[in-house]
Design a protein around this ligand. Structure first.
Ligand code: HEM
Length: 76
């Protein structure tokens, strides 16, 4: 099976609001593959503990997809 890619599986889960807020509040850009890959462990931790996105946690299905993308080698 083809591994999940950032462009097709992950990027569509991220809202413009997430990108704007996180550009302002952190050192990375959630719209950029390289940044999400570099911070994937921190991002996953926040998704799992429900503290990010700060206005409401992702459904378990989306968190599982992010984990699968990581496990499959974080294809662009
Ligand atoms: C998918 C969406 C989001 C993800 C994956 C995410 C992820 C993260 C991560 C990993 C950090 C730690 C950054 C660091 O230590 O440099 C963080 C911090 C932060 N984020 Fe987000 N974020 C998301 C959406 C949002 C939204 C929508 C807001 C505001 C409305 C927000 C506000 C903040 C703030 C204020 C911080 C710094 C304070 C803290 O660490 O709690 N984020 N976020």
């Amino acid at each position: 099976m083809t591994p999940l890619s950032f462009a097709q599986a992950i990027r569509p889960l991220i809202r413009d609001f997430d990108i704007e807020e996180m550009k302002y509040n952190s050192s990375f850009d959630l719209s950029k593959y390289e940044d999400v890959r570099a911070h994937s462990a921190d991002i996953y931790e926040r998704l799992v503990d429900g503290s990010m996105p700060s206005d409401g946690a992702w459904p378990a299905e989306n968190i599982a997809k992010f984990k699968q993308w990581m496990d499959e080698g974080m294809a662009p």
